[in-house]
Design a protein around this ligand. Structure first.
Ligand SMILES: C[S@@+](CC[C@H](N)C(=O)[O-])C[C@H]1O[C@@H](n2cnc3c(N)ncnc32)[C@H](O)[C@@H]1O
Length: 226
């Protein structure tokens, strides 16, 4: 199973719905979770990148916090919607189509990169590769903010896990029924906090880790070029 292909198809089929539409108040719960954390990391004028932005709720939220924000995603349907919202709002947010495995940005393009719970779509190799890319793309002292669950905590006691879990790759098979569209493969990777710290920390030193709520962690990695 190619996770990129499956994830792209799944999110294009899912499209935009009230709980992800940045123009619908019902989508804001996801951003509000970090109201005590994200604004503290954003300085006015900071160039912020939202990795796996979908319809852009975190991109717009970072703009509202004072950043010059860009979102990137490889699912064109939600991304197109984000562009329409930006146009309607007269927002300065930019939305780019692209894969986190090969970001289309040059050196020193951003001061902050946010990965809000999208690590599960990245293989161990891809998240490491993303960290290597960010070392170049982030400015000196730029930060990489990863928000994630620990899958071991989340899935403890899940009886069906061994049948879905591929020991060799860490991939967990899954599917999601999308109304009127059908059932889509929705695989994800088994990430633990300790493992993410280790993989990313080899390239971008870990600054802080905080458990924002039960089993929801914010990891902040720094970039030091010299
Ligand atoms: C759970 S959604 C989260 C969207 C957004 N952060 C939000 O809260 O609305 C995950 C998004 O990540 C995108 N994604 C997953 N893997 C990606 C990759 N390798 N490159 C670019 N986008 C990716 C998917 O297309 C999807 O839109």
């Amino acid at each position: 199973m190619d996770i990129s292909d499956a994830t792209q198809k799944h999110y294009n089929a899912a499209g935009v719905h009230p709980t992800t539409d940045p123009d619908d108040p019902r989508s804001q719960f996801a951003v509000d979770r970090y109201e005590d954390h994200l604004p503290k990391l954003i300085r006015p004028g900071m160039r912020a990148l939202d990795l796996g932005c979908n319809a852009g709720r975190f991109t717009f939220a970072m703009e509202d916090m004072g950043a010059i924000a860009t979102g990137i995603d490889f699912a064109e349907i939600p991304l197109l919607y984000a562009k329409k919202v930006a146009h309607r709002r007269k927002s300065r947010c930019q939305f780019n189509i692209g894969d986190m495995a090969a970001l289309p940005y040059k050196e020193n393009s951003f001061d902050l990169a946010l990965l809000p719970q999208n690590n599960v779509y990245l293989s161990y190799q891809t998240l490491e590769n993303l960290s290597v890319q960010l070392k170049q793309i982030l400015s000196d002292n730029g930060i990489f903010v990863v928000i994630m669950y620990d899958e071991l905590v989340k899935r403890a006691g899940e009886e069906a896990l061994p049948e879905r879990y591929d020991v060799q790759t860490g991939l967990i098979a899954g599917s999601r029924a999308i109304p009127e569209k059908g059932v889509y493969a929705s695989p994800s990777y088994f990430w633990t906090v300790a493992f993410a710290k280790h993989i990313i920390g080899q390239h971008l030193p870990l600054g802080q880790v905080e458990e924002i709520e039960e089993n929801r962690f914010m990891l902040v990695f720094g970039n030091k070029k010299r």
